[in-house]
Design a protein around this ligand. Structure first.
Ligand code: FE
Length: 183
């Protein structure tokens, strides 16, 4: 099976579970994030990173959202990035790895950002280490894929709308297949 179809099966299976108490499933959340990136005119690598940013929650071997809410940081960014790096280049996998850190970064450098977080995301922020301090934020901003990770994070925050019309996974299939060939 092509890896992209393997990912599609995850969206249809594991992805149907609740997303950390949000009003949409993990799969709908990720498809909305991918659609927002596409609507923003982002390059294909960032559309893919947005679409796949939470794949670490559903690609196996990690704790469930409910367990995360109970106080465990499952490092889903690292898990997802390592899994994706089998097929995709760092322009896709690194923003995925860094999207949790990007929340801590944005809360440190943008005064209004914290208020954009959902209740569940405020809770996981505390588990993930809280807002970065100045030195951490400077180190983060200097990372090669920091800007893409911040972009993915902003779409992540927005992609929790139960009333939005959300494209199916198949909408993104060709884009992903082109990127796996390149990665
Ligand atoms: Fe997310």
């Amino acid at each position: 099976m092509h890896p992209v179809d393997e990912i599609g099966d995850l969206f249809a299976g594991e992805g149907a579970q609740d997303y950390l108490g949000e009003p949409v499933s993990v799969a709908v959340h990720m498809r909305q994030a991918g659609a927002l990136a596409e609507a923003a005119g982002a390059p294909p690598e960032q559309v893919a990173a947005a679409l796949l940013h939470d794949v670490g929650h559903i690609c196996g071997g990690t704790v469930s959202g409910r367990e995360l809410m109970a106080g465990h940081d499952n490092r889903h960014g690292d898990a997802g990035a390592a899994w994706l790096a089998q097929w995709f280049g760092p322009e896709v996998s690194e923003p995925v790895r860094l999207h949790v850190a990007a929340k801590r970064y944005l809360c440190a450098v943008e005064p209004g950002y914290f208020s954009k977080l959902s209740e569940a995301s405020v809770y996981t922020l505390s588990v993930q280490g809280g807002p970065m301090d100045r030195a951490e934020a400077e180190a983060f901003a200097a990372l090669p894929h920091a800007a893409a990770a911040v972009a993915v994070r902003r779409w992540d925050e927005e992609a929790k709308d139960p009333d939005a019309t959300t494209p199916e996974f198949s909408h993104f299939r060709d884009l992903l297949i082109r990127l796996t060939a390149a990665g």
